[in-house]
Design a protein around this ligand. Structure first.
Ligand SMILES: C[S@@+](CC[C@H](N)C(=O)[O-])C[C@H]1O[C@@H](n2cnc3c(N)ncnc32)[C@H](O)[C@@H]1O
Length: 362
């Protein structure tokens, strides 16, 4: 029989390896947690979702964000190069009850505006072929930060930039290979709406702080997430609370019939059950008799079946995720792999041409 304490230690050791090369801070902290039997034993008392390493890391980050005088706050912000391991363990010991409470009530919920950097070229690719007004529907939108993808300044190095030069949100995306279509501006959206079964309320300071807490502090994403939250607060993106498949038909039918709808899922379709994935496709099939629908997805390899079949072999793709399009038209589907991408939009390896196959709007 397996020993839970040793399973937990292995999980944290694995997580330290997972962080290697991306978050040196969380790599060191995870290694320290793996060797603290008392803390590991305490974690067994929290609900299963709170037992995973990102949950404890986020809970402690949540405390640190509210207490800039914490020694760990200096390490997280890069002002101190003290060893974060002992400081983290000390904070967990001192604030055990509060941390357990956070783990019991909050769930990891990411909303990374950097993902707009991979969705942007996919939208440009579509817009080059479809001459119609677009509406944007983000399914699994969380707080809806990626509904503002056209308001961020995204820098693709020598490949160009997208978005307003004076945007307060600056995102860098490295073009690892290929020629992604980069437009100076994304096309206008006549409507934009998100759907999420548990939307984050950006007007609630605690929710916004939790969203920040879920970001790993030393990956260069904290500042841009804070800036995108500020931007979103000025003109809150509309995110409808509800299950995707139950809510999407109503959202689609409320949109003007002459628009082409861009349905986006970024690291959200992965949470759908096999049956829900099938129903989602059938729902878009049905809706495509009324109008063209383009589903743009950025998801883990293996999540979107139609793209998996088009993806390069695993040894070529490594651990990267897949960016793709499935265009639904008159009940027919056309899938196109667009690229391999990093999960927070750090890089894109473009694998398609400059534009989609032209589609006549109906
Ligand atoms: C990992 S987050 C990604 C959020 C956002 N798309 C992004 O890329 O930053 C996944 C989101 O999908 C939502 N979600 C998962 N399954 C869902 C469903 N069946 N219906 C609606 N929302 C769902 C979750 O609540 C969560 O906010």
């Amino acid at each position: 029989m397996s020993d839970p304490a040793s399973d937990f230690a292995h999980m944290w050791e694995w997580f330290a390896t997972h962080c290697h090369g991306y978050s040196p801070l969380y790599e060191r902290i995870s290694a320290a947690v793996a060797s603290d039997p008392e803390l590991l034993a305490g974690l067994q008392a929290v609900p299963p979702s709170g037992q995973l390493p990102p949950a404890l890391l986020a809970a402690v980050h949540y405390l640190v964000l509210g207490e800039p005088a914490q020694p760990l706050a200096d390490v997280y912000s890069g002002r101190s190069d003290a060893d974060p391991g002992p400081l983290f363990l000390e904070l967990c010991r001192a604030r055990r009850e509060e941390i357990m409470d956070i783990l019991a009530t909050r769930h990891i919920q990411t909303n990374d505006c950097g993902r707009s950097a991979v969705i942007g070229p996919a939208i440009t690719w579509l817009a080059a072929a479809i001459d119609a007004p677009f509406a944007l529907v983000d399914v699994g939108a969380s707080a809806g930060l990626n509904l503002l993808c056209d308001r961020y300044r995204i820098d693709y190095g020598s490949h160009g930039t997208t978005g307003p030069a004076d945007s307060p949100v600056a995102i860098d995306c490295r073009v690892a290979a290929g020629q992604p279509p980069i437009a100076t501006h994304l096309p206008p959206f006549v409507a934009r709406v998100g759907i999420d079964r548990a939307p984050i309320d950006l007007t609630d300071p605690d929710d916004a702080r939790w969203l920040l807490a879920c970001v790993w502090p030393d990956t260069g994403r904290l500042e841009r997430t804070a800036a995108s939250i500020q931007l979103a607060r000025q003109d809150l993106p509309r995110v409808v609370a509800g299950d995707a498949n139950a809510t999407l038909p109503g959202v689609l039918s409320a949109l003007p019939s002459d628009v082409v709808v861009i349905v986006v899922t970024t690291w959200a379709f992965a949470y759908f059950s096999t049956q829900d994935r099938q129903e989602f496709l059938e729902l878009l099939d049905r809706a495509s008799h009324r109008r063209v629908i383009a589903w743009l997805s950025a998801e883990g390899a293996g999540t979107v079946e139609a793209l998996t079949a088009l993806a390069p072999p695993a040894d070529d793709a490594g651990q990267s995720d897949l960016l793709g399009a499935v265009v639904f038209e008159g009940g027919e589907r056309r899938a196109q792999l667009l690229g391999l991408v990093q999960e927070h939009g750090a890089w894109i390896d473009w694998r398609a041409g400059p534009s989609a196959t032209p589609t006549a709007p109906r």
